[in-house]
Design a protein around this ligand. Structure first.
Ligand SMILES: [Zn+2]
Length: 380
């Protein structure tokens, strides 16, 4: 009952050279594509459509033995003739149950999705096939669309290749930004739109220049690639271990009454990366230099010693042992910086105290990594 296959595993994508059952054998002839199949006596030739799906099987005088067409997701629309081929949608092997064998995983045309999860477990949607765009992308490896190997500059391909797994705001249950009020203490009564609470509020050139500033409003006509030029790395200092929820609550409910969490990303001690403030909104994490700088908090207290900083947030009153960043944190930070560099083109990777020298943030146990990341990913 079984089928024995002879495989060519020296090619980037494993190819079937022959299949043998107790009844018969089929031999496959490969050129740039699979060009023909033979039972040892007669040879049938395969003809493809633009996506690489097998549209026809022809005999040796070009008479069609099989005609078939598929919908964009690979479901059979029509089939006629007596010829056969195990190769169909996108030129790949199809099992008798209709599943398409894409090496790392099976693809289910009826659902338009993979039947198994992405083996890397890095994809935001681990069952998605071809970025849900099966006309432009095919995935013979089951790992990443092959178009990303050839022309890798589309946003989808760059994300697939470089984006680390990031826990989204929705996943961790972020509070919605609050920005209906101005920052009265700074900008005077004429700007007050609320009464007792002085939220950071929406950006307003006259009334609230430090406010919550979506770049599409604050820098109209400029792309994020044009605006974002740097990443600034922070630690949580004396507070040490904090959840992303605690960071957001502290920012929104504390003295600064920020409209939202100030950092764009938070990296927990176990290395998990959380999405903070929307990347399309100016951060609130350094003084007077937030435009174009992505704020990243690495959770921990990376500054040893008993000292009293000049910056209010940095006052250290105890001498507890400092942390050293975990290897998971450094791996995640490196992956995140690499991704930001690929997408936005970073020119600078800084520590908070490179921007505001009156703070010890991100701590001298983290600073060497900042220097290393700047030399690796900063610059053009
Ligand atoms: Zn900082």
């Amino acid at each position: 009952m079984g089928t024995t296959c002879i495989l060519d595993v020296a090619t980037p994508l494993t190819m079937v050279l022959a299949e043998t059952t107790s009844q018969d054998s089929i031999y496959y002839l490969h050129g740039l594509d699979l060009v023909a199949q033979s039972d040892g006596t007669t040879i049938d030739y395969l003809a493809y459509d633009g996506l690489g799906s097998v549209r026809q099987v022809l005999d040796d005088v070009s008479v069609p033995l099989l005609n078939q067409t598929f919908d964009p997701y690979g479901n059979l629309l029509a089939r006629g003739g007596t010829g056969e081929s195990r190769f169909g949608f996108t030129g790949e092997q199809v099992d008798a149950n209709g599943l398409v064998y894409l090496r790392a995983r099976y693809y289910q045309p009826g659902m338009g999705r993979f039947l198994n999860m992405d083996p890397s477990r890095q994809e935001m949607n681990p069952y998605q096939y071809g970025f849900s765009n099966p006309i432009d992308y095919t995935d013979p490896s089951g790992l990443i669309p092959i178009e990303c190997m050839i022309d890798s500059d589309s946003d989808e391909c760059l994300d697939a290749r470089f984006r680390p797994y990031i826990v989204s705001r929705e996943q961790w249950g972020a509070r919605e930004p609050v920005f209906e009020y101005c920052y009265e203490d700074f900008y005077g009564e004429e700007c007050i739109r609320g009464e007792d609470v002085f939220w950071e509020g929406l950006y307003d050139a006259d009334c609230n220049p430090d406010g919550y500033a979506p770049y599409e409003d604050y820098k109209p006509g400029q792309t994020l690639e044009e605006i974002i030029f740097g990443a600034v790395i922070h630690h949580s200092g004396n507070t040490n271990d904090m959840t992303i929820q605690e960071v957001q609550n502290e920012h929104m409910d504390g003295n600064e009454h920020m409209a939202d969490i100030g950092y764009h990303f938070v990296i927990a001690k176990d290395g998990t990366i959380y999405e903070g403030r929307d990347i399309g909104v100016r951060g609130f994490h350094v003084t007077a230099a937030n435009t174009g700088r992505v704020g990243i908090l690495v959770v921990g207290d990376f500054e040893p010693g008993d000292w009293l900083g000049t910056y209010p947030n940095d006052m250290k009153i105890s001498n507890e042992d400092p942390d050293i960043p975990t290897s998971n944190q450094i791996d995640s930070l490196t992956a995140l910086i690499r991704y930001l560099d690929v997408i936005y083109g970073l020119r600078l990777v800084e520590g908070h105290n490179d921007v505001n020298p009156d703070t010890r943030c991100p701590g001298n146990r983290l600073e060497p990594y900042v220097v290393q990341l700047d030399s690796q990913f900063g610059g053009e």
